[in-house]
Design a protein around this ligand. Sequence first.
Ligand code: FES
Ligand SMILES: [Fe+2]
Length: 438
Amino acid sequence: MATRPIGSGAEAELERIREGVPHGRFPAHVFNDQEIFDVEQERVFAKAWCFLAHESEIPNRGDYVTRYIANNNLIVARAESGEIHASLNMCRHRGNMMCKSEMGNASHFRCSYHGWVYKNSGELVGVPYMKEGYEGRLDKRDWGLIKVRTETYAGLVFGTLDPNAPPLDEYLGGFQFYLDLYLKQGSSGSEVHGPPDHWVTETDWKIAAENFSGDGYHTPVAHQFGFNLGYFASSGSTHSQGWAASIPGRGHGIGLGHTPGFPPFAGFPEELADEMRRSLSPEQVEVFSQTRTAVGTVFPNLSFLMQPFSIVPGEAGVRFVTMRLYHPIGPGRTEMYSWCLVPKDASEEYKREAYRAYTLAFAQAGTFEQDDLENWARVTRSAGSNMARDVEFPYVMGMDSVPDPDFPGPGHVVKPYVNDSNFRNLWSRWSDYMTGRE
Ligand code: FES
Ligand SMILES: [Fe+2]
């Protein structure tokens, strides 16, 4: 996809931002800025691998969901062959949107304007008045839906608009080690528990991506009710313990919060903990059995969180996983998608309980979700003000932290968990993309 040039002043400003990141400086205005939004659409979202769907959302032939990469609406469908295809949701005849539902099952899509018909894999198979009207001038093979390149990792389907993007494995760059905690909770992997919660928020996607790349700093303050009322097993005095892990040069990061004395894999049913000990590597078991909270972001806009949450305050927490996607729809505006992921082979009882814990904490009306969104919307509004154009934020926490030599996982891993290391890595990657160094 051709990228539009921007003014030399804007290019110089992006270079200046990039130079500030290793020194722990990042400007406020990028979190609510029309020009930044426009450039991100082309230089970040049209270049990176972007999350489209979890395979378990479309388990049967004909199942589809519609999702976005940048402002492009895509049909992500499981074809008759069982393969997953992503196609631009735009009729090749005059551009009508083919599929108006967010999810469903269809072997074919018929355009509601002049009636062209496509297979769910994107091939054009039906054209009204083909013989009489086109007189042999239209070859259906040339006019299928525009295809988007896809690859999968452990059930996650990603797409990229960039034919030169590296393979997904290389793009993830070792972050798979951490993703497995959410995606390989047992030999059959994970699945979504129901459709995603989906809503629009006055929040810039980058604030959410940063928070979920390991902001343990806000938890005792923004979510203090969780500590005080017994929903969440941590305390203000020990909350900073654990690790911040990031993949240098890739932008992905995860915070691994640790509560001293926490039993291994606390909050999982015993049989599930045993299954994880079998299905994960010894290094992964060593890290994850100690982890209370694992909150991570795959650059640019896909995040995960796993933690125990007490359905009844004071009682033992139930471990749940949420996966969330932040789709930018304007400067300071984001469509949020939030799923609950459960191990495929877990008991129905555990799946129900995990979904309840997720709903209470992180679904659209979840308590933690509301705490976060209220703060994020105010950050976004402030970032769009005139005076904010000259404001920078300090990202200097943990500038001198040295990597933990005993940590068995990949990447740049520092202690404590409360640290800006992951955020510097995230904004460094963002700046690379924004200045064309992806
Ligand atoms: S726009 Fe689809 S058939 Fe004409
Ligand atoms: Fe939060």
